[in-house]
Design a protein around this ligand. Structure first.
Ligand code: HPA
Length: 277
């Protein structure tokens, strides 16, 4: 996707959404595969299917609602993307990250990205909520910033040293513990997918320092940093990539995500409700 097209799509989506729900959002939540119950926590909700947003890609993955919901959690204005776009669907990472740019245009300064992920670290358990401390970009070939002019969009050479805000990660872990949720923390690695990992790739991930592996989030976090947002991330551990067998399937991922979904919603809600705008 070239820069002009990117600008056009972001502009179209932004104009249409500003008319429907205003531009006073502070926080944005992106929900991964099989994770949708947070949507029900949003008050004064206005939902718009992605298909009704001009300039937006289409969600083609099972387990994604494919709608954008604006509303409030406590006193915070929240924009929620129930369903995301992936590189493996055929979109380049510039297209995948359009919603993050639109969120920024609607006022978002704090972004929370969630995903379903395979546990690579030995002690991870199914259904655990892993607060993401850092990321490994194993989709290096297609940066969402590739081809963007310098300066006009912000500096091309984005500093990713603190890609995930440390204070936010600590706060997420604290809120999780207070609510007796199964929280842990770790490094998330993104592979392009859509195939799951071979056993050799799982060993590689472990050597590289990954705690969990998935197929999303990393491009969105790059763009959120480019836009100067404060970023938090949570992986729901839906399978154990250490024990990947021929049984692993998208259905299993959705099944475990469904079981952990309510706990993720509780963590997100408590965190947002307790945070200062
Ligand atoms: N590997 C890659 N992506 C995933 C996995 C996995 O094991 N589980 C959920 N998304």
């Amino acid at each position: 996707m070239d820069v002009l097209q990117l600008q056009q799509e972001v502009g179209l989506a932004t104009d249409s959404l500003v008319k429907r729900m205003g531009s006073d959002f502070g926080t944005m939540v992106v929900l991964g595969s099989g994770l949708s119950s947070f949507v029900n926590r949003i008050q004064e909700a206005v939902a718009v299917p992605y298909s009704a947003i001009p300039g937006f890609p289409r969600s083609t993955v099972k387990g994604h609602l494919g709608e954008l919901v604006g509303g409030t959690i406590g006193r915070q204005r929240v924009l929620c993307l129930a369903g995301r776009f992936h590189y493996y669907e055929g979109y380049d990472t510039a297209a995948v990250t359009i919603p993050v740019r639109v969120g920024c245009a609607l006022g978002v300064h704090t972004a929370l990205f969630t995903n379903a992920a395979g546990g690579v670290r030995d002690d991870l358990r199914l259904g655990e909520l892993m607060v993401i401390r850092d990321q490994l970009n194993l989709m290096q070939a297609d940066s969402p910033l590739r081809g963007l002019p310098d300066d006009e969009f912000g500096s091309r050479f984005v500093n990713m040293y603190n890609a995930y805000d440390r204070g936010m990660a600590e706060e997420l872990a604290l809120v999780g513990t207070e609510h007796r949720l199964p929280v842990t923390s770790g490094v998330y690695a993104a592979m392009s997918g859509p195939q799951f990992e071979t056993r050799a790739e799982i060993r590689m991930l472990r050597v590289l320092g990954a705690d969990a592996v998935g197929m999303s989030t990393v491009p969105e976090v790059i763009v959120a940093n480019h836009l100067g947002m404060r970023v938090g991330g949570i992986s729901v551990i839906t399978d154990l990539a250490t024990e990947t067998t021929s049984e692993l399937s998208h259905e299993q991922v959705l099944d475990t995500a469904g079981k952990a979904d309510a706990q993720l919603a509780e963590l997100l809600t408590a965190f947002i409700d307790g945070s200062i705008a």
